[in-house]
Design a binder for this molecule. Structure first.
Ligand SMILES: *Cc1c(COP(=O)(O)O)cnc(C)c1O
Length: 376
């Protein structure tokens, strides 16, 4: 929690729930990624928080952008990014959307299948393309699983086919899983990528870029190593597997850039117990899974939560949102404790909510409005 956010919340007392994002933190995070990974070009994963003030500031600092849809392309262009600085990193695109991106000047595209490659060849001819390889995402708190990527032998054949289809087989990408807490995962990924480079070079393909994806963490309930440690692990892996012949590098931080920059303020709507003998209080907030806290699914992301009564004794709680869907429970098993003096109407602050919150909030479930964001 920065002094700037805390002052804003105290002075303005905006209606809850609301998200307050401090641009200074994002600027610092961007600079420290640049500082520790100077050889990698940063492509901000816009889906993490698509507020145009964030995109505009990053564009002004020289960032590039990883997008997933025409609307994200328009957002980046309107915020001052050039088409040259945009990567269409979604491996699942409609042909009309690829054509739209191409018409806007985007020339860098991801794929992980033959069918996607054929769409790209048809409506984005000559573009640079990179193939995403499959990762297990072990160690990630928000794994991206088997939905994305293909096996290395398939990636080899597809990148050769890309050349034959008139595309530029430019690189290889992976994503080790979001909120990745195991630094060794990058070594596995870079090792696979280097093997693929060798196979492609033997096939006469001038493959020349590694896209390191996302995975840089934010600080939730459990502490994580600093970006310097992540950068060290990544560069060790790169030099171990590529030696002096380093390819161009791209990194696509989402969570690691904006997660720490946000605080979500929420009001307690109800505190109750399920029976006279129950110790556990149920604390219902005015924000839940549908209001932006979707990453509490399976209690995967465990946010730190502060209250105005944190000096008092605490007892066990289950935390839930305000909607009429029983899936709208935030934490039942994660062992949250809150002050026993907590009252209905108290405001609580959910920390490190800058990433994957406002962009996940539903438009109107049960009549609740989408999460309002203040960028300061
Ligand atoms: C979501 C996404 C990212 C960002 O991942 P984080 O773990 O939030 O940094 C990067 N690259 C791609 C292709 C993504 O889909």
């Amino acid at each position: 929690m920065t002094a700037k956010i805390s002052r804003f919340l105290d002075e303005v007392q905006p209606p809850t729930p609301c998200l307050v994002v401090d641009l200074d933190i994002i600027r610092d995070n961007y600079l420290s990624i640049r500082r520790w990974l100077p050889l990698a070009e940063v492509y901000y994963a816009v889906k993490a928080n698509p507020e145009s003030a964030i995109v505009a500031m990053l564009a002004g600092m020289g960032s590039n952008f990883d997008v997933a849809s025409p609307a994200e392309i328009d957002l980046c262009l309107a915020a001052g990014a050039a088409a040259d600085n945009i990567s269409y990193g979604n491996t699942i695109k409609k042909k009309v959307d690829i054509a739209y991106a191409h018409a806007k000047g985007v020339r860098l595209f991801a794929f992980d299948s033959e069918a996607e490659l054929e769409k790209l060849a048809e409506v984005a001819p000559g573009s640079r393309v990179f193939c995403r390889i499959l990762m297990t995402c072990d160690g990630a708190e928000w794994p991206l699983s088997r939905k994305f990527g293909c096996e290395v032998d398939m990636a080899r054949n597809l990148l050769i086919r890309a050349r034959d289809l008139g595309l530029d087989p430019y690189g290889v990408s992976f994503h080790v899983g979001s909120q990745q807490t195991d630094l060794a995962q990058w070594d596995i990924a870079v090792g696979k990528t280097a093997m693929l480079f060798t196979a492609l070079n033997e096939a006469g393909i001038d493959i020349r870029m590694v896209n390191l994806g996302g995975g840089l963490p934010a600080r939730y309930r459990t502490d994580v190593p600093g970006v310097d440690r992540y950068a060290g692990a990544i560069m060790d892996a790169m030099t171990r597997h590529f030696g002096n012949n380093l390819p161009a590098m791209i990194i696509e931080p989402g969570r690691g850039l904006v997660g720490d920059a946000g605080v979500l303020e929420s009001e307690i709507v109800l505190i109750s117990r399920k029976g006279y003998d129950e110790d556990v209080r149920w604390v219902y907030l005015d924000v839940g899974k549908f209001g932006g806290l979707a990453e509490t699914m399976d209690e995967a992301i465990k946010y730190r939560i502060t209250t105005p009564r944190d000096a008092d004794a605490a007892g066990p709680v289950c935390l839930a949102g305000p909607t009429c869907d029983s899936a709208d429970i935030l934490y039942e098993k994660a062992g949250y404790h809150m002050p026993v003096t907590l009252k209905v109407g108290d405001r609580v602050r959910i920390l490190t909510t800058g990433a994957y919150t406002s962009s996940y909030s539903s438009v109107n479930f049960n009549g609740f409005e989408p999460l309002k964001t203040y960028v300061i």
